[in-house]
Design a protein around this ligand. Structure first.
Ligand SMILES: Cc1ncc(COP(=O)(O)O)c(C=O)c1O
Length: 505
């Protein structure tokens, strides 16, 4: 009964930490049950069940999200095990290789429980005192590790959000250069001349950020790349000269350290020189490559990163953290004032006088998770040496995969591997040629058939207008034999697709 004041006390103890006679017992039981359920759902010997999408949708639609009376936790889990957990992708399966989507460090995954159960909210100190200081400590460490010794930043939900925040700062810096322009006035008329210069290999989130920031996707100037997918510095010079001649202003240059498809690391130092010379903000999207900083062997490939004004680093890629875990790092924390808004209930003047940090002043979010905890737990449990060894192992595995593609009769390597991606295509054997469109169709069919059967999840993209397949090797459990098996699966599926197309003709 709604007005019955005793009812909540009668039902609450088992639901909340800190209540009931044996605090924590319920949480421990739930944690064990979850651990058992996810373990049972993993290691199926294939990365996906291959469930028919319509049948899966129907099974999920049949779940009552909020039954009138609650169901025992173990029964809820058991119900979801067959419907949901069994039909997830297994990121630890070596044949799950489409995306920058890694298996997660178990200590970090376990720390998610602490994040959820303690529910610190990173917007204000009075909702997360130690958590606020942990995040501040962590982002300073990350900034220093990536070459900004006096830098800082903020955690975000992902690389898309970090790129948006980096470009928002660039836009606010440009606004500040327009005489008499204040934050309240929106964009000055001059914004129609503002451009964001990046490479053709940059992540799509750069264009999305331009749209969200009111500059429009046409404000993004995409510069040509070389065969390995690195921004071509001569083309950048040409693009900057053309902007100058047209009276347009490059407010930001976005370099990428590890592009999504080819894994290319742009030449950061020459790009930094151009940014400095034309007064543009230098944002480096190191969503992929940031983990190279942990390895003395790989870190030199990030030379020039230390000249960035802002950096995106995704911890849920090559740092093996559970999604979401990303950071936007800046050389000077004062630039994050671009998102600082006074609010009487969160960000009070007397807090500042007390030396209290309210991270809402650095973020586009208000309530925000304590993701710093899982990162801290994951990194401290694993240690730099093992982190570096895993990243180095993946770069070596990718190079080996590139060689295996080159040596394969039916596969063609489309670009030299740079970091953790191999981009390739099935091709017909010499003596049985096919038109390019038919080759593309076979590659599409092979990728789709593998996903449908659940045997392998490989990436599919376009390179110079043609279909390309992609392996993204971010699973430290994968080895060369596994990659070879994966390539054979692709070649076999392509052979089947070609035979099918020929009989259908
Ligand atoms: C280079 C790069 N930047 C940004 C992103 C976006 O990251 P997220 O998916 O975490 O938003 C990606 C995603 O793959 C990426 O490859």
């Amino acid at each position: 009964m709604a007005g019955d004041m005793t009812a909540p006390a009668a039902v609450a103890p088992a639901l909340f930490l800190g209540a009931g006679p044996r605090p924590g017992e319920q949480l421990r039981a739930h944690a064990l049950a979850v651990a058992d359920a996810v373990t049972a759902a993993s290691g199926r010997g294939r990365p996906y069940s291959g469930a028919d999408p319509a049948a899966l949708a129907a099974a999920i639609a049949a779940i009552d999200p909020c039954p009138e009376d609650g169901i025992e936790f173990e029964d809820v889990l058991a119900g979801l095990a067959g419907t949901v957990l069994a039909h997830g992708v297994d990121v630890a399966d070596p044949c799950c290789a489409a995306h920058l989507h890694c298996p997660t460090l178990l200590p970090a995954a376990a720390a998610e429980l602490a994040i959820g159960a303690t529910n610190q909210s990173l917007d204000s100190f009075d909702q997360a005192p130690a958590a606020t200081l942990v995040e501040d400590h962590l982002v300073r460490w990350l900034a220093a590790t990536l070459g900004l010794p006096d830098g800082s930043g903020v955690l975000t939900s992902g690389g898309t959000a970090s790129n948006l925040l980096g470009l928002l700062i660039a836009r606010e810096q440009a606004c500040a250069r327009v005489a008499g322009h204040g934050l309240g006035a929106g964009l000055p008329a001059r914004h129609r001349r503002w451009r964001i210069v990046t490479s053709r290999g940059a992540h799509d989130s750069v264009r999305r950020a331009a749209a969200v920031l009111g500059l429009g996707t046409d404000a993004v100037v995409a510069v040509a790349t070389d065969r390995a997918g690195r921004l071509d510095v001569a083309a950048l010079d040409g693009a900057l000269a053309a902007l100058d001649a047209a009276g347009d202003e490059p407010i930001a240059i976005v370099a990428t350290a590890g592009t999504t498809d080819l894994g290319a690391i742009d030449p950061l130092a020459p790009i930094a020189e151009r940014a400095r010379a034309c007064g543009a903000w230098l944002h480096v999207d190191a969503a992929v490559g940031s983990a190279f900083a942990l390895s003395p062997r790989l870190a030199p490939r990030l030379a020039g990163l230390e000249r960035a004004d802002s950096i995106t680093a995704d911890l849920h890629k090559l740092w093996f953290m559970p999604i979401g875990a990303s950071a936007l790092l800046v050389r000077d924390v004062a630039v994050l004032d671009a998102v600082h808004h006074h609010s009487d209930y969160l960000n009070r003047a007397d807090d500042q006088a007390d030396g209290v940090l309210n991270l809402v002043g650095r973020s586009l979010d208000t309530s925000r998770r304590f993701d710093a905890l899982k990162i801290l737990v994951g990194l401290r449990s694993t240690g730099r040496r093992r982190m570096a060894a895993m990243v180095e192992g993946l770069v070596d595995l990718t190079a080996a995969a590139g060689r295996a593609v080159q040596e394969h009769d039916e596969l063609e390597l489309l670009a030299p591997p740079s970091t953790v991606t191999v981009v390739f295509r099935w091709r017909p054997a010499a003596g049985s040629p096919l038109p390019a469109a038919a080759v593309d169709a076979v590659n599409v069919a092979a990728q789709r058939a593998l996903l449908r059967s659940g045997r392998a999840i490989v990436g599919r993209t376009r390179l110079d207008g043609r279909i390309a397949l992609k392996l993204t090797l971010v699973n430290p459990l994968a080895d060369e034999a596994g990659v070879q098996r994966l390539l054979e699966l692709v070649a076999g599926a392509a052979r089947d697709a070609r035979a099918h197309a020929e009989t259908a003709r």
